[in-house]
Ligand binder design. Structure first.
Ligand code: C5P
Length: 299
């Protein structure tokens, strides 16, 4: 018996970061969106924990751990413990989300593992318990369960859907070398920035209206400055996106993936071609919003 669960990448349309808390995390006010880049996670019965990772397309999976430190196994252990049981399983991850790209690929794997293993083990875990277990695994994991477009507060783990009437067309320009989220936050601390800003009403209105020009004006990311300090070349990539015709460009989470917002499908394809002509090779088209972790196949 096996179950395959698909979980999406996330981007942050607004990422407002406050000063470091005592527990080391940063208070966030963010608007997440799930976009159409996916990891497919298959879980199956096994006599011990095992995990295998296969790339989809050009994704570099060499940095993904293949032992019990893999977050999908951590998710399984936590789910079993929640039910007072010791259970094991085999996990295969087909990875389409860039690793260490600021798109929460590890969080997607954790969310997908929770959904798949809940079925494999026939646990019937409630949605609220799934969200609580997800929050223990990582700040972005609850959103990977929820999907769509959502407000994130706390350290990002408290999520609630927001009205989004748009069909958004994104391009993701990926980098061959990842950036450590923890390192970007440390750099953010050294900039001495202050209170966590509110999510701008203009962003929520743009989403509710499905107005792409207003959305282009409302995108923002407080982690851009520290990411640029660590990786100055990101500025050129963001500018290249604008030069290629994007309505706006945005750093995805802690980076280094750079996003281009496009007007519609035709504009996205033309912008992608322009980037390819410019010498970029890793440009992925991804619509948003899309669903959170969901079962796509069982056998
Ligand atoms: O929660 P998660 O394990 O995904 O976070 C990875 C790292 O990112 C944390 O160890 C922390 O350094 C940083 N982080 C943070 N504030 C947040 C979320 C993440 O400092 N709100």
């Amino acid at each position: 018996m096996s179950f395959t669960v698909r979980a999406p990448a996330k981007i942050n349309l607004h990422l407002g970061v406050g000063a470091r808390r005592e527990d080391g995390y940063h208070p966030l006010r963010t608007v997440y969106q799930a976009i159409g880049l996916y990891d497919d996670v298959t879980v199956f019965r096994s006599d011990r924990w095992r995990v295998a990772v296969e790339p989809i397309g050009d994704v570099d999976v060499s940095e993904v751990p293949l032992d019990e430190s893999n977050i999908a196994i951590e998710a399984g252990k936590l789910l079993a413990a929640h039910h007072g049981q010791v259970l094991v399983a085999g996990i295969e991850i087909n990875k389409g989300i860039p690793v260490a790209g600021g798109m929460a690929g590890g969080s997607a794997d954790a969310a997908a593992a929770l959904v798949g293993l809940d079925r494999l083990w026939d646990l019937g875990t409630s949605d609220d318990d799934m969200l609580a277990i997800a929050a223990e695994l990582g700040s972005d994991v609850p959103f990977a369960l929820l999907g769509g477009t959502a407000l994130g507060t706390g350290r990002g783990e408290l999520v609630e859907p927001v009205l989004d009437n748009g069909d958004w067309w994104w391009l993701a320009i990926t980098s061959t070398e990842g950036l450590s989220t923890a390192a970007v936050y440390r750099e953010y601390d050294s900039l001495g920035l202050g209170d966590v800003p509110e999510v701008p009403m203009a962003l929520l209105s743009a989403l509710a209206d499905g107005d792409v020009d207003d959305l282009a004006d409302a995108l923002s990311n407080d982690l851009l400055a520290p990411a640029l300090t660590l990786r100055p070349a990101l500025a050129e990539i963001l500018q290249a996106g604008l030069d290629a015709g994007a309505l706006a460009t945005l750093l995805s989470g802690s980076g280094p993936t750079c996003l281009c917002l496009c007007r519609d499908q035709g504009h996205a394809l033309a912008t992608k071609q322009s980037l390819l002509d410019d010498g970029f090779t890793a440009v992925l088209g991804a619509p948003g919003p899309v669903a959170g972790a969901h079962l796509v196949e069982y056998a």
